[in-house]
Design a protein around this ligand. Sequence first.
Ligand code: FMN
Length: 190
Amino acid sequence: MRVLGIAGSPRRGGNTDLLLAEVMRGAASKGAEVKTVILSDMTISPCQHCDACLEVGKCRIEDDMQKVYAEFEQADRIILASPLHFMSVTAQAKAMIDRCQALWARKYVLKIPPLGDRRERKGFFVSVGGRKVANLFEPALVTVKSLFRIMDVEYAGGLLFPGIDEKGAIKKYPDALKQAFLAGQKLVEE
Ligand SMILES: Cc1cc2nc3c(=O)[nH]c(=O)nc-3n(C[C@H](O)[C@H](O)[C@H](O)COP(=O)(O)O)c2cc1C
């Protein structure tokens, strides 16, 4: 069982990083092999809509996204962690998501498995937002669920915490971190 964590916040050691670390710790405690990629340390250009992927099922931009595609293919569980930035995922996460147009092309145009094989994969979303209003995470969730759908990854749920703003604020909520640890365990046991 290989678990891929995607750290989408540019604020290193911030709230989603802390939550993601707990999810990964939970997964590892159940014997999973875990790997976290940090998007803000990587160079991932936005999609240029060149349509090359429609022919070959691969993106022709040679940057760090090539490593992320390889990680996706190896993963059984994918955890995307991103805080809300202007009601959506961060620009770092959105660039990665848009580059998954190549996976969309595999699935819908070339009719091949988007991640290379048909094993059962599950996806999980971890997010926080500074505001505390109803339906805060709905716009981001639409994007994230759409990503998992085009990858043939079943959306297994999320941990979404509103009202968390300053760096490290999530530490004031030990229950949130505990929930993250338990979610990591559950994700690999399912
Ligand atoms: C550019 C930017 C845009 C933001 N937009 C939102 C937003 O639309 N809604 C919200 O609830 N919080 C918003 N926030 C607040 C962050 O979601 C919040 O500070 C969060 O705790 C950051 O998580 P992190 O420590 O993992 O980076 C925004 C923060 C930044 C820097």
